[in-house]
Design a protein around this ligand. Structure first.
Ligand code: SF4
Ligand code: SF4
Length: 429
């Protein structure tokens, strides 16, 4: 099997196809700390792409309440169990050699879904990817266990230590998910019809409906369960990254061909989402570009982490982990970078604070940002993850975002301005 380099694992790994990389890659950052579970993203996607017959249970974007929720039900726990069975007690990271560029989270010493399947010989013969096909019941309840907490419950008198940062004892969080348009897609690797392809211009992974025969090998292989079967057409379908918008073909938002973010991103009232395109070097590495906000958050500051990087697909969806959740749970989901990410998020410096303001300030994709320094406006005491106190200085800097053509498309200050409208008459609006 060919060998490819996976920067998220800090090592080479086996994959059914040789390295072949797009010139730019669709990627996104979600700040979980801000998600309010309104499901606006879910409905924005549903009403755009999956409102037809046979798509009733198809949610390309979903938001599930962790740890119990999942769509399909148990998707991550089931695969983690399969991996553990294939490689007992050895699904571990060595984070000691982490460096910011080559191996930002250290090295994953366990087996990916492509490696764990080797030597497998089941009744259906050899397989390319370790996976499973969810049952119809598991697809039925997309938001089961919504807002169900785990940990210590109210004992009738108090929550005890449960309401104290840095980690609540009672906790849950909202995990918004869509296809990660992986660098090494498991769906593509498993398709016997070669109906799935990764676009060279933006890394978007698509299913050619005219080639798909509905074998559901992609559904079985995708570790995130983001390829879904449609019974009325007999084919599998998945997120298309709103590619007409990426191509600048929305006449209202992109009159001059400017790339725009997807529907689920732009609809988000919680302002948790920022989507972009990062440049890829010929060797498959992200080209160094600290003025691209996605590059800045993922590679420069390592505040946003890939979801289940140990699966091995090199997902391009990255998450700023929630501060209140026990670290072992977060680390099994986002890898060993969790502590570093949460430390930075707990007390961001002025540059990071400015970049965090860019989320949802424009529908156009921001290719570059620039910061104009402003005056110091506050000094606040913050609690760090280890319980220590730190002083955060806040500057009213201005962050400016530019589109693909270098045109300014957003400008926002760190301190949000407050406007008070004078009331002129009772019942006036
Ligand atoms: S998330 Fe799943 S469907 Fe999307 S590219 Fe990765 S393997 Fe394929
Ligand atoms: S629209 Fe935004 S805030 Fe609302 S559920 Fe989706 S990701 Fe969360």
């Amino acid at each position: 099997m060919p060998t490819v380099h996976n920067w998220q694992l800090g090592r080479a790994m086996e994959y059914p196809y040789p390295e072949h990389h797009p010139s730019t890659q669709f990627a996104f950052v979600f700040n979980i700390n801000r998600c309010i579970n309104c499901q606006t993203c879910t409905m924005a996607c549903k009403s755009t792409w999956t409102f037809g017959r046979g798509q009733e249970h198809m949610w390309w974007n979903n938001v599930e309440t962790k740890p119990f929720g999942g769509y399909p039900r148990y998707w991550d726990a089931r695969l983690l169990n399969l991996l553990e069975k294939a490689n007992p007690r050895r699904q571990v990271w060595d984070a000691s050699g982490s460096d910011s560029h080559g191996a930002p989270y250290g090295r994953f010493d366990g087996k990916t879904i492509f490696e764990a399947i080797q030597n497998y010989a089941g009744p259906e013969g050899a397989k390319r990817v370790l996976g499973y096909l969810p049952t119809p019941e598991e697809w039925e309840s997309p938001n089961i266990h919504e807002e169900v907490a785990t940990g210590l419950a109210w004992d009738g008198k108090s929550f005890g230590a449960s309401t104290r940062l840095p980690e609540h004892k009672v906790w849950y969080f909202y995990l918004a998910r869509l296809c990660n348009h992986c660098t090494y897609p498991a769906c593509l690797a498993a398709c016997p019809r070669q109906a799935i392809y990764k676009r060279p211009e933006d890394g978007v992974v698509l299913i050619d409906q005219s080639r798909c025969n509905g074998y559901q090998k992609c559904v079985e292989a995708c570790p995130y369960k983001k390829s879904i079967y449609r019974s009325t057409t007999g084919t599998s379908e998945k997120c298309v990254a709103c590619y007409p918008r990426l191509e600048g073909k929305d006449p209202l938002i992109s009159p001059n061909g400017e790339p725009a973010e997807t529907r689920c991103m732009t609809a988000c009232p919680g302002k948790i989402r920022l989507q972009g395109l990062v440049s890829i070097d010929e060797d498959g590495q992200w080209a160094v570009d600290p003025t691209n906000p996605i590059y800045f958050l993922v590679r420069e500051r390592r505040i946003a982490l890939p979801i289940y990087p140990q699966f091995g697909t090199e997902p391009n969806g990255f998450y700023i982990p929630p501060r209140w959740v026990p670290r072992p749970y977060l680390e099994q989901m986002f890898g060993p970078g969790v502590r570093h990410a949460i430390e930075q998020y707990s007390c961001p410096d002025r540059e990071l604070l400015a970049v965090l303001q860019l989320f949802r300030t424009t529908q156009q994709i921001i290719f570059r940002f620039q910061i104009e320094e402003g005056p110091k406006v506050a000094e606040i005491e913050v609690t760090m993850p280890d319980g220590s106190r730190k002083t955060q200085e806040i500057y009213n800097d201005t962050v400016i975002g530019f589109n693909k053509f270098g045109k300014e498309v957003t400008r926002i200050t760190t301190e949000e301005p407050v406007f008070e409208r004078p009331v002129q008459h009772v019942n006036s609006f």
